[in-house]
Design a protein around this ligand. Structure first.
Ligand code: ZN
Length: 191
């Protein structure tokens, strides 16, 4: 082989995919679907989620439709870098519950040639961008916005309506405290 041309030989290239939307829009189902396809193709997959999400199962990512995959619970995004090992595909659920350093971690993993797929809420219950998802969207190669159906009018819904009284940004748990609403039906100052 002519080694002078080695710089033009394609190398493994990584990238970042973001799957975002409101609650009940199927983000986690879509993440699971992509990860399952990679597993079927015999690619090494590692799946992470933040510790804050304690619902249903500590070791699985679980969608509302009860699909699940084994995952590792981490306290900080830096643990993902340490635990990723030789996985070719990295899945991260509930990206909005990580700190800002998730962005650098994803960038670094992608630069190492890994496919990084992050699912998360792009807006909080007031309809405001939910960091660090906006920053992640800006550097991602592929973006999928999943839409739910507005429970009030049936239009496509991209907002999460909180149906309980709380001004905490994050109220983890019971899905009956939230519902999907469209732009017209969403009431950001509900509380
Ligand atoms: Zn509506």
């Amino acid at each position: 082989m002519d080694t002078s041309a080695s710089h033009s030989i394609p190398r493994d290239v990584g990238w970042i995919e973001v799957v975002c939307g409101c609650m009940f829009s199927g983000k986690t189902e879509e993440l699971i679907r992509r990860l399952r396809r990679a597993q079927i193709a015999k690619q090494k997959v590692a799946i992470f989620k933040p510790r804050i999400d304690k619902r249903y199962s500590a070791e699985h990512i679980v969608s509302h439709s009860d699909q699940s995959l084994v995952s590792t619970v981490v306290d900080d995004a830096t643990e993902i870098s340490r635990l990723a090992g030789d996985a070719q595909v990295i899945g991260i659920d509930e990206g909005q519950f990580f700190k800002a350093n998730l962005v650098d971690v994803c960038e670094s993993l992608a630069n190492q040639g890994k496919r990084v797929i992050v699912a998360g809420l792009d807006q909080d219950y007031r309809g405001k961008p939910f960091e660090p998802m906006p920053q992640l969207l800006a550097i991602a190669e592929y973006i999928t916005k999943t839409l739910a159906i507005c429970v009030v009018c049936g239009n496509p819904a991209d907002r999460t309506q909180r149906t309980t009284i709380s001004s905490e940004r994050v109220v983890v748990g019971a899905k009956d405290m939230y519902e999907a609403r469209c732009r017209r039906c969403h009431q950001p100052l509900h509380d």
